[in-house]
Each structure stands twice: as C-alpha cells, then as structure tokens.
Design a protein around this ligand. Structure first.
Ligand code: NAI
Length: 479
C-alpha cells in the first residue's frame, strides 16, 4: 500500500502514458462508453465487489473503469504471466488523478510474472478490506474460478494435498498458494464462495471448464458464458486474432510472412481469424483439423487441409489455435526446418509441448529478447518459439484492438449486471445472454463505422415471423 493505493505493478511512473492510451481507447470503445452513460444514474453495480482476472491491457482498463463507473468496487489481476501492459496497469492503479491524489483500483499485474507471482496475484483478488470479500468474479480462462473451487474442495477435505509427481508444474504452484492461504484461515474460500453471486467467463477454454464443473455437480455459483455471445466469439476470437496474430509475429520476429508456408492448427473461431491474418500477408496457409465440418469450411475457404505430420518438415510458421493440448510435440519441433517460427494463440501453453522441448537431449535455449527464444538442436538447426508457448498475440504484441474488445467487454458488463442484480433468476449452471442483448451490443457499434441499418416494415417482420425490433434470428441460427 502506498498513499492509500494498493497495487503490485511494474512502475507507477508509467501511469501517464497509460492514461493517454486509455483515453484514445475510450473513443474506440463505443459500447462500453454508451453503457457508462446508460447506467450512470441507476448504478446497477453498487455493492458489487468484482474480482477480475483478465489480461491487464489498455482495453481492460476501459472495462475496469466502466465497472467502477457503474458503482462496483474492483480488484484486478492478469490471466496470463506475459499479457499485462505495464502502463495500463499503472494507470488503473493510480486512477484518474495523479499519484498524489489517488483514486485507483487495486491491480496486481506486470508483464513477465513467474508462476509463483501469478498465483500470488490471483490470491490478492478476494479481500476487499473491512472484512468484506468479493461477491462477483469476472474471469478469462477460469483461473480465478479454479482457485476458489480448489480452495473450497481442500478446506472441506481439511488439508491441501501434496502434489503428485506427474502434476503439471503450474498445478504444484496452485497447491502451494492454497496451502499458505488455508493455513492462515481454514474457511477462507468456503466463506468466499458463499458470498459469490456468480462468474462471467470470457473465453472458450474457461467455458469448457465451467461446463465440466456443471457436469460433475461441482459448480459453486451461477455462470454466464460471455464467449458465446455472437458479438464476442464471432468477433473477438475471429477478427481480433485476424489483427493481433500477425502483430505478434511481426513484433517478435519481423520475418516477412508473404510467400511463407504457415500452418494453423484448428479452424474454429480463432483459427479462422488466424488463417485469414496470415493469408492477408500473403502466406500460403495450411490448416489442420479434427472436426470434418471445420475441415470442410477451411477447404471451402481455399486452404489446404493436411495433418501436421505431413507438413512439419517444410512449413515456416506454426500457430496453434485449438484450446486442446499436445498439438505440437517435441518430436514435431525437432523435425522442423531451420528457424521455423512456433507460436500459440490458444489460451494455455500446453498446446505446444514446451516441457518436452526443454527436456530434448542437447537442446540449447537462447533468449533473443523477452518472449522470443531460439532452441537449437544437436544437429545445429534451430526453431524460434514465441512467448514460451503462451498466447503470442498478448505476449509478443498488445492483444486485440479496442473496437473489437468493446464488443466483448460490453457483453461482460451486461453479464455482470445480470448476475449481480438478478441472483434469483440463475441456478448453478452456465448461461448465455439473451439474443436481444447480443443484438444490442452490435447495435452500439454501428454508428462508429457509419453502418446504416435497414428497418423492417411491420408487414416484412410478420412475413418472416420476427418482431420489428428483434430478435431477428432464432436461437439455433449460427451466423
Ligand atoms: P473453437 O472450439 O471454436 O476452435 C477450436 C478448434 O480446434 C475446433 O474447431 C476443434 O475441432 C479444433 N481442434 C481441436 N483439437 C484439435 C487437434 N488436435 N488438431 C487440430 N484441430 C483441433 O475455439 P476458439 O473459440 O477458436 O478458441 C480456441 C482457443 O483460443 C481457446 O483456448 C480460447 O480460449 C482461445 N482464445 C484466445 C484468444 C486470444 O486472443 N489469444 C481469443 C479468443 C479465444
């Protein structure tokens, strides 16, 4: 705590630069700014204490300050060790004023955390002072939600288990973090979970985890799946990655992408945006897929669809977008050509077998610059790995641009209002926002692009069986 501010950021001196960037971003985030205006008087989040775990970027700063503008108390961490923009974190920690006149939000995030730092930060989310704890979670990838669920599980068992030898390193850190916390207060997470009205989850991978918790009957509070708002996954995952994938590759390597052979593993929403991103630079893009529908879509878009084994020896750039694990193995990497670029844009780093690569006999790791490493094999050839296998668009660049994030974060804000103000309407299950709200989010972004929407006549609306004011599509429509 300094001058009444609570934070762990790289350098508060970056706050002014961060504030300028936030101001420019606000102009590009019309959905969030309209939401601030709409709810300024009613303050629907008054009394909400939101624990937020989502990449601490400039765009996220605009989200945080929107939640605060709607009445919420907020504490924030990043959901990835490399994704924080230190100037955004500083600006949020300081608030609108100067360091001498603070009104900041507690932020615990910096670019280049260790795993121990990361989980320590995540554990700073819960206590709001004066005996008050968080009553809402805003999550991206499910780590904050995981910590609460594991905490409750171990408190009920009366002890935090010793890690098993084959537990991933990161899980060992989670166990250590919980051991300290539970030793201090053996009911901390149980009390916390009792207060939490719900979680709003940003991304595909986090939603998968929530669905698993519902299936096993373990979900402790209601959840809104923000990812599957159409105005989130069909925009952020696709057009966001179309922008930020090549941004990350360029900032990391500055290798000419045109003419190169690029492999995109997975052709879901992120894969579609990523393939287009590379093709836009003139790369010859090859897609790998396990799902025949997505494989056929890729073929129809004009991409070759192959298996990784077929192309591993001649492609120049490899990008994983699957949300699955072990997509690129150490064996694959050993077979790649000299200075092939390997990166992941899916949520977790286990899409690329980094542990296996590190253990490859004789392999040498050299840091070219932060988040860019060259691994040289014993035969002398090397590959370039971006962001140590973590999502490279946020590790090597600054993630998605403001306009697309305004769509995602307007959904987040609406979802927080839903769960906080209507707790009785949601059970311990995973919900998506109703379509009329999805359409509202899109509508808020039309003017800025000069879009002129055609208005249905009453007769036309009756003819196709919808209301003049929407929703315009049935639930099963896929866009
Ligand atoms: P999705 O489910 O739409 O797409 C994933 C695709 O990968 C599916 O089509 C699936 O069939 C395919 N796939 C699964 N296993 C495969 C394998 N072994 N080989 C080839 N293809 C395989 O999911 P979405 O929305 O595209 O998200 C993907 C990942 O990206 C998730 O982890 C998500 O959380 C993350 N994400 C990252 C963002 C970023 O800014 N870096 C933004 C949005 C999502």
């Amino acid at each position: 705590k300094v001058n009444g501010l609570e934070f762990a950021v790289k350098d508060l001196g970056l706050a002014e630069s961060g504030r300028h960037q936030i101001r420019l971003a606000e102009h590009e985030m019309p959905g969030l700014m309209a939401t601030r205006k709409e709810f300024a008087a009613s303050q629907p989040l008054k009394g909400a204490r939101i624990a937020g775990s989502l990449h601490m970027t400039v765009q996220t700063a605009v989200l945080i300050e929107t939640l605060v503008a709607l009445g919420a108390d907020v504490r924030w961490v990043s959901c990835n060790i490399f994704s924080t923009q230190d100037e955004a974190a500083a600006a949020v920690a300081v608030g609108q004023g100067t360091p001498e006149a603070p009104a900041g939000v507690p932020v615990f995030a910096w670019k280049g955390e260790t795993l121990e730092d990361y989980w320590w930060c995540t554990d700073q989310l819960w206590d709001f002072g004066d005996g008050k704890v968080a009553n809402m979670i805003l999550d991206d990838g499910g780590d904050a939600t995981l910590l609460v669920h594991k905490g409750v599980e171990f408190e009920a068992a009366g002890a935090v288990p010793q890690p098993a030898a084959d537990d991933p390193d990161e899980f060992k850190v989670v166990l250590e973090t919980l051991r300290k916390s539970v030793a201090a207060d053996g009911k901390r997470f149980t009390k916390l979970a009792g207060e939490i009205k719900g979680v709003t989850e940003e991304t595909t991978t986090g939603v998968h985890k929530l669905v698993e918790l519902v299936k096993s009957g373990e979900l402790l509070f209601p959840a809104i799946n923000v990812n599957d708002s159409v105005t989130k996954s069909k925009f952020d995952n696709k057009y966001g990655c179309r922008h930020s994938l090549v941004d990350g590759i360029n900032r990391a390597t500055d290798v000419l992408i045109g003419g190169k052979v690029a492999v995109v593993a997975g052709f879901g929403d992120v894969g579609k945006g990523s393939a287009e991103s590379l093709r836009g630079q003139g790369a010859r893009v090859i897609v790998t897929e396990i799902d025949p529908i997505c494989a056929l879509q890729a073929a129809m878009e004009g991409y070759e669809v192959k298996t990784l084994d077929e192309v591993v020896e001649y492609a120049d750039i490899f990008i994983t977008t699957t949300g699955n694990y072990d997509i690129i193995t150490a064996d694959h990497m050993a077979k790649m050509k000299h200075q092939a670029i390997v990166g992941n844009i899916g949520h977790f780093d286990n899409e690329i077998d980094m542990a296996g690569l590190e253990k490859t006999p004789g392999v040498q790791k050299l840091e070219i610059k932060p988040q860019v490493h060259e691994y040289t094999f014993t035969d002398g050839h090397s590959i370039i790995v971006l962001s140590e296998g973590r999502l490279l668009n946020l590790g090597n660049a600054t993630g998605h641009p403001s306009f697309v994030m305004s769509n995602s974060f307007t959904n987040q804000t609406i979802a927080q209002i839903e769960l906080f103000t209507k707790p009785g309407e949601y059970a311990k299950d995973v919900y998506v926002l109703p379509k009329h709200l999805d359409e509202k989010v899109a509508r808020l972004h039309l003017d800025a692009l000069g879009v002129k929407l055609t208005k249905l006549t009453k007769a036309q609306a009756e003819y196709i069986g919808v209301d003049v004011n929407g929703p315009y599509k049935p639930e099963h429509y896929r866009y």
